[in-house]
Design a protein around this ligand. Structure first.
Ligand code: NAP
Length: 303
């Protein structure tokens, strides 16, 4: 990489940031296409976010990715939002274009593109059960509704958050999708699972080796497609899906496709997906910060 006075700068704002695979992905893509760009990680503490966003203009950065905990907090500091970022209520990509900062969300579209291109699965008309109701779940559900799934069940540890997500989807849903919130811990007592075509883990369970699966592997039935958005390790459910020879994808594919869409927004060029996948497979061993005690809750699942 030859940094010169003409090199264009993009990067990622997050806190923490050292574990991020995005610099690896994007710098490999720039190198492959011989583009004079560099992608840098920026450790931005929450109270510094506003000044950091002002810095995008001041430093003439081309754009940034946004990760935890800034995806929602950044919105008031931007000039415009794309329709999907506005619907989802979160931004993972900012483009500095003609003096304006425009916020996008490529997580949901990255999920859908990976599902169809890598998984060969068309969600239209399908019955979907999604576990989780946080940022990733929100982005994915808006894209699934847009793709006209027929039924979407959202199961979360905190029922209220599943209910709120369903309410937001109902307000914006232009399709006739049936939407229902559920409590994650009560799922196995229902007769829903055998009817599901696509099961998605969009909780953070599985990021750490000691995590229990969000659902018993018993429920990975051969008729369904399993997608786990966790990308730093193979979760128990992913291993079970592989053992049972059911169709599955892991979160690395969503990571690669959401990055490719950000790349396209900044550069107007198609990202080299194969190169990005190779670099992740070769170097993508992540070191996550230790789980903080405050994230443990009394009602954590026992499977
Ligand atoms: P988030 O907004 O913090 O949401 C976390 C979700 O996990 C919530 O639904 C939460 O339930 C649930 N959860 C956490 N601990 C749990 C536990 N012990 N038992 C049951 N449920 C639990 O996080 P996020 O940004 O959505 O990220 C979720 C996962 O998606 C992470 O693994 C992240 O790395 C991954 N992700 C992947 C990509 C990709 O490109 N592959 C992109 C974005 C995110 P409560 O509401 O009850 O707390």
């Amino acid at each position: 990489m030859n940094i010169s006075g003409k090199t264009k700068v993009v990067g990622i704002f997050g806190y923490p940031i050292a574990h991020s695979l995005s610099p690896l992905l994007h710098n490999a893509a720039f190198e492959k296409l011989k583009m004079d760009f560099v992608y840098l990680p920026f450790l931005i503490k929450p109270p510094e976010l506003k000044r950091a966003v002002q810095g995008i203009k001041a430093l003439n950065l081309i754009g940034i990715n946004v990760t935890v905990p800034h995806k929602q907090a950044i919105i008031p500091f931007l000039d415009e939002l794309s329709p999907e970022a506005s619907l989802i209520g979160a931004v993972n990509t900012v483009h500095h274009c003609q003096g304006k900062l425009i916020g996008y969300n490529t997580d949901g579209a990255g999920f859908i593109e990976s599902l169809s291109q890598e998984g060969g699965f068309d969600p239209r008309g399908k019955r979907v059960l999604l576990l989780g109701a946080g940022g990733a779940a929100s982005a994915i559900t808006f894209s699934l509704v847009e793709k006209k799934v027929s039924e979407l069940f959202i199961a979360n540890r905190t029922f209220k958050k599943a209910q709120e997500l369903v309410d937001r989807l109902k307000k914006t849903a232009s399709s006739s999708c049936y939407l229902a919130p559920l409590k994650l811990g009560e799922l196995s007592g229902t007769n829903l699972l055998p009817k599901i075509d696509l099961l998605i883990n969009a909780t953070s369970l599985g990021m750490f080796p000691e995590d229990p699966p969000p659902l018993s592997p018993h429920w990975l039935l051969s008729s369904l497609f399993y997608y786990d958005v966790v990308y730093n390790r193979r979760t128990q459910l992913l291993k079970a899906a592989a053992d049972k020879q059911i169709r599955y994808l892991d979160g690395q594919e969503m990571l690669i496709h959401q990055a490719a869409l950000s790349f396209n927004i900044w550069t107007n060029q198609k990202a080299p997906l194969r190169k990005m996948r190779r670099v992740i497979q070769e170097n993508g061993k992540l070191k996550f910060p230790k789980r903080s005690r405050t994230t443990k809750r009394k009602d954590e699942l026992k499977c």
